[in-house]
Design a protein around this ligand. Sequence first.
Ligand SMILES: [Zn+2]
Length: 68
Amino acid sequence: MVCFCFLVDQRWKLTGTKPVAGTCSRCGGGASVGDMKTITRFCYVPFYWKSWKAIICTFCGAILKSYR
Ligand SMILES: [Zn+2]
């Protein structure tokens, strides 16, 4: 019996934030510069990840702007 696993998932994680001037366009909450990390996993084994920065809302979690 052959079993193929095509389970790929991608998740991002916030590794740190710094408050920044600005408000969220969705909820009006405070914005922060966040250090983000995107991890791509294949069969639950991480095989690719990258770090990036984004301006996020601390209240609703919306990504307002991203720097790649
Ligand atoms: Zn918001």
